[in-house]
Ligand binder design. Structure first.
Ligand code: PHE
Length: 375
């Protein structure tokens, strides 16, 4: 009887509110209309969140539909008073969520369209300032290498490169390095394979051998590159470093040509105009010499780096041994030439007063950033 009455009551109330009916069973009541309404509001929230517009007009239509004075939200808030007390809290919360979602969507879309013409809608706002890009800097080794290349380019030298992994012929044999030479020992050179020997090049003279094998004189080339030696690492020495070696071959090349070229280089590179050549020995040049430049003794640093002498050793050089020319297919009766080689790290350390060679390889940005101005 009670059940019958409640059904009757609920049909009445459905008639009253137009779209609800509920089944009341003693204290327990389920309001189907309120639950479906709640689902409907949740569905609308999903629709609002997913809404996309391509024109401002579409945003306005959307705003009117949801937030306008005769919009969906107004209608739904009107329904609120008909919702059963037990569902009011959930329904009210859902309605607020819907209102917030619609307001946020309209604001976000309007912002996106603001100051946006048809054209920059495609390209973005072209008048907007760009994000600042922090410029990097060249590595000091690259800076110095490029300076050396520039100086030699101006007098007709080209740049040649070769492999870092070399065979015995190009690194040693073609260059007259005898069987017992210490450079051929494991403690001086990194071998990758033995018999036949494959190794990490110990100098870029190997590039010059390759160049002579493949080119006819006149030859004017410099070979910058990374080289490897099995040395203990310290402030002055590293197992990896960089060299630039030079080679000049033509008819009637003399030691005077070599000396003049080196003088030109020291003037251009360091602004110093005094050099001296000390007799030395290299298996691939004869005669050979070490080149010192007069650095001067003006400051305390000058005293320190020249050990109080004013002179600094910067490279090795000499006239290419006729045997090396022959090994590389060049007639020593017809041609002669000179060669020189220098370490880039050593020169960079001098120019920038870098006290420790290891700094070049540590990739510490505090060190590298200091070269920003010398691009
Ligand atoms: N190859 C020599 C070295 O690595 C440098 C050098 C090159 C010396 C050419 C003389 C002539 O030390």
């Amino acid at each position: 009887m009670i059940l019958f009455l409640s059904i009757f009551y609920s049909v009445l109330s459905k008639l009253k509110t137009g779209n609800c009916f509920s089944i009341k069973k003693r204290k327990f009541a389920v309001h189907f209309c309120d639950i479906t309404m709640l689902d409907k509001v949740k569905e609308l929230i999903g629709e609002v969140k997913a809404f996309k517009a391509t024109t401002k007009e579409e945003v306005e239509t959307f705003r009117i539909k949801y937030l306008g004075s005769k919009g969906l939200l107004k209608e739904l808030f009107k329904e609120f008073k008909n919702v059963d007390a037990s569902m009011r809290k959930d329904f009210g919360q859902a309605l607020n969520n819907l209102k917030n979602a619609a307001t946020e969507k309209v604001n976000a879309l309007n912002n996106a369209f603001e100051n946006t013409t048809e054209e920059n809608h495609i390209y973005g706002d072209l008048t907007k300032p760009s994000e600042p890009i922090s410029l990097g800097s060249r590595h000091p080794i690259s800076i110095v290498k490029n300076q050396i290349i520039d100086v030699f380019n101006r007098i007709g030298f080209t740049v040649s490169e070769g492999p870092e992994i070399e065979d015995d012929w190009h690194n040693f044999s073609a260059l007259n390095l005898p069987e017992h030479h210490p450079a051929r020992e494991m403690q001086d050179t990194f071998f990758i394979e033995k018999n036949p020997d494959v190794l990490l090049r110990t100098h870029t003279s190997s590039v010059q051998v390759r160049y002579m094998e493949n080119n006819e004189p006149p030859i004017r080339t410099i070979s910058p590159g990374r080289v490897f030696r099995n040395e203990d690492i310290s402030a002055r020495a590293h197992c990896i470093f960089h060299q630039v070696e030079g080679l000049y071959i033509d008819t009637d090349v003399s030691f005077a040509d070599l000396k003049q070229t080196l003088l030109y280089f020291t003037k251009e590179m360091f602004g110093k105009s005094k050099i001296r050549l000390r007799p030395s020995y290299f298996p691939f040049t004869e005669p050979s010499a070490e080149v010192d430049i007069y650095w001067g003794l003006e400051t305390e640093v000058d005293y320190k780096i020249t050990k109080g002498t004013g002179w600094l050793e910067i490279m090795g050089c000499g006239m290419v041994d006729p045997n090396v020319l022959k090994n590389c297919g060049i007639d020593p009766e017809k041609y002669s030439g000179y060669a020189f080689g220098m370490g880039i790290e050593r020169i960079a350390m001098l120019l920038y007063q870098i006290p420790d060679i290891r700094m070049f390889y540590e990739n510490d940005v505090r060190f590298l950033e200091q070269f920003k101005s010398v691009l």
